[in-house]
Write a protein that binds this ligand. Structure first.
Ligand code: C2E
Ligand code: CA
Ligand code: CA
Ligand code: CA
Length: 273
């Protein structure tokens, strides 16, 4: 066995160098992809448990670059947030989502489309205004748009009045906010009172752990908390019939996950509705 010491320091600096390098390559390719609108959207259905119908879809970004291949959202989004390109991704996703909501509406389906937003997008003082302009330009009714924010977003928004103000403006226009990753942070309850949130999404880590009775009790409690605050409760990451059954028994309003459907192209959603 070789002594670590100097070797591990060397390999650490090597790997952080590689990470930096990768980041700058992704950033460079992303600039071009945005320029050519080479990012795509998949939609994951959300089913209302009472009616069994798809009532909403979550828009998720996809990127398969011709030079660097598929870049997953888990890699892409943090880099985009750091470089500020998240604002460009956000506007592209918003535009696509609105156009798609209008297309479904014209085909007779009032499906809500839910987009994911990063806090950095809301630091732009014109965020609310530009969302409303996009709705107007695409002809998308405000009540068909939902915006998912994470607990991380909520934590930062708490200290920035401008962000809450923009959320309120949008809420007054009929746009609905959902708190993603519900239960993973420490401040869920506080955010639910402070921010104009109408939906909570129980994080998929809880759904995955439902075999444990402790988790079942915890999730049941989370659902009751949401309901007591008059919020719509969505469970995500539903992969099995058993999970869906349990979550339905607890009183979840909406389920989302591979058991119902993976994220799919808009045309495939059209086949499902
Ligand atoms: P998220 O918002 O929590 O989205 C749910 C993620 O779980 C998606 O991963 C989805 O494909 C995956 N998923 C859905 N159902 C299941 C299931 O039953 N089992 C499992 N194992 N996974 C499931 P995805 O598309 O890779 O996105 C990862 C994260 O990247 C998202 O997590 C979201 O935070 C972020 N993201 C994706 N698109 C955007 C975007 O356009 N803007 C921003 N700001 N963030 C985005
Ligand atoms: Ca989400
Ligand atoms: Ca989520
Ligand atoms: Ca998540």
């Amino acid at each position: 066995v070789r002594e670590a010491g100097g070797d591990s320091i060397l390999s650490l600096s090597k790997s952080s160098h590689a990470a930096l390098n990768r980041k700058s390559i992704v950033e460079k390719r992303l600039l071009q992809a945005l320029d050519q609108k080479n990012l795509h959207v998949l939609y994951q259905p959300q089913v209302d448990v009472k009616s069994g119908k798809i009532i909403a879809v979550e828009a998720l970004v996809r990127w398969d670059d011709e030079e660097i291949g598929v870049v997953s959202p888990d890699e892409l989004i943090p880099i985009a947030e750091e470089t500020g390109l998240i604002n460009n991704i956000g506007s592209l996703m918003l535009e696509r989502a609105c156009e798609q909501a209008v297309a479904w509406k014209n085909a007779g389906h009032e499906l809500k489309v839910s987009i994911n937003s990063s806090v950095r997008e809301f630091r732009d003082k014109n965020m609310a205004k530009s969302i409303l302009e996009t709705l107007e330009r695409t002809g998308c009714p405000a009540n068909l748009l939902q915006i998912e924010i994470t607990e991380k977003f909520a934590l930062e928004a708490e200290a920035e009045k401008g962000i809450i103000k923009q959320m309120r403006t949008l809420e007054n226009e009929g746009i609905v906010f959902a708190l993603d990753d519900f239960g993973t942070g420490y401040g869920s309850f506080r955010y639910m009172q402070l921010l104009p949130i109408s939906i909570v999404k129980i994080d998929q880590t809880f759904t995955r752990a439902l075999k444990s009775e402790k988790t079942q009790q915890l999730v049941n409690g989370m659902v009751q908390l949401g309901k007591s605050m008059n919020l719509t409760v969505v469970a995500e990451g539903v992969e099995t019939e058993d999970q869906q059954q349990l979550l339905t028994n607890f009183g979840c309003d909406i389920v989302q996950g591979y058991y119902i459907s993976k994220p799919v192209k808009s045309s495939e959603v059209s086949d499902l509705i």
